[in-house]
Ligand binder design. Structure first.
Ligand code: HSE
Length: 331
């Protein structure tokens, strides 16, 4: 029996618990033993839930329990999540997360601590929600020099633009729907101003190109200035408006990244990506373009990626996965 903990019981955290409950048998087969969620860390009152006995409000209970070997950090933000992640890693526990803000700002340091402690820090869910993209890029495309990454990296804004383009729904109403569906960040400014997509392109760029891309320094424009008139005019000219995150490797080996709304020709594969779906195109110098497509936000889709990372951490408990910041590029 393996014991794990979940830090945070919001949209993704409750989804992680649900995936463990829903797919317990399959998860036990993959882990070659049952996996029990021993603790859920959250300060709020969840006494109405059938698994209320799992809840703790004191992080040190998880930190000091040697039975807990793998922890999901799905709290979000860079405050308590940062401190608790460091303390889990230092206590010899692997951490798996969907927290793109934390990975984009402190990922390099957290990976270094994980390496030193011979545990894993895994973050597949931090980019593209349920879409496998980090592991395929780092492993399946490992023989390539990555030339370019571009894609739709934020489900909320793609949902809003799709509603505006196809149904003529106003920006404000579409945003309310995205929030009701659990796609948007707590503060949706991070979605609509492009910061969330920016963190994601920085994570991919860090891994692919080996430089440190600072989300605060990368040029970033969101969709808050896009109007229904803009999408209609673009449509008449044969384009759709999409928020694209892009990172390009230059001939001299340097790389740059940015986020901005783009006019995408209607016959381009990215134009067909609708609603909460994300798509990431990675151009390898041997493969050419490879495209990853799926639900980029939402409770169970994102939880699926967190739980898969936890299974990976369980399977590699004796042998840390060899993910290094920037090991996609150094030659
Ligand atoms: N708010 C994010 C999005 C959630 O809309 O894509 C997934 O990272």
């Amino acid at each position: 029996m393996v014991k794990v903990a979940i830090m945070g019981h919001g949209t993704v955290g409750s989804g992680v618990y649900e995936v463990f409950a829903m797919n317990a048998e399959k998860i036990a087969r993959v882990a070659e033993q049952p996996v029990e969620v021993k603790y859920v860390l959250d300060l709020r009152d969840f006494s109405h839930l059938p698994y209320a006995d799992k809840f703790v409000s004191d992080f040190s209970i998880i930190e000091n329990d040697p039975e807990v070997t793998v922890v999901a950090e799905v709290m979000g933000g860079t405050g308590a999540a940062y401190e608790f992640t460091k303390r889990c890693l230092n206590a010899g526990k692997s951490v798996c997360t969907s927290n793109k803000e934390l990975v984009a700002t402190h990922g390099e340091e957290l990976l270094a601590i994980a390496k030193e402690k011979n545990v894993n820090y895994l973050f597949e869910a931090s980019v593209g929600g349920g879409i496998p993209v980090i592991r395929p890029m780092m492993q399946c495309l490992a023989a390539n020099e990555i030339r370019e990454i571009r894609g739709i990296l934020n489900g909320t804004t793609n949902y809003i633009l799709s509603e505006m383009i196809h149904k003529g729904v106003s920006f404000e109403d579409a945003l309310k729907q995205a929030q009701a569906n659990g796609y948007a960040e707590k503060d949706p400014t991070a979605d609509i101003e492009g910061h969330d997509a920016c963190r994601k392109i920085c994570i991919l760029s860090d891994l692919a190109f080996g430089d440190k891309f600072d989300p605060n320094a990368v040029s970033c424009e969101g969709i808050s200035k896009i109007t229904l008139t803009d999408v209609e005019e673009a449509g008449k000219l044969g384009y759709v408006i999409k928020l694209i995150g892009r990172a390009v490797r230059c001939e001299d080996g340097t790389a740059y990244a940015y986020v901005a709304p783009h006019l995408i020709p209607k016959n381009h594969p990215l134009a067909a990506v609708e609603d909460v779906f994300n798509a990431i195109m990675i151009d390898g110098n041997a493969t050419g373009d490879v495209m990853f497509y799926g639900k980029g936000a939402g409770k169970l889709a994102t939880a699926s990626a967190v739980v898969a990372d936890m299974l990976d951490a369980i399977a590699h408990a004796e042998k840390r996965r060899p993910v290094e910041w920037g090991d996609g590029s150094k030659n």
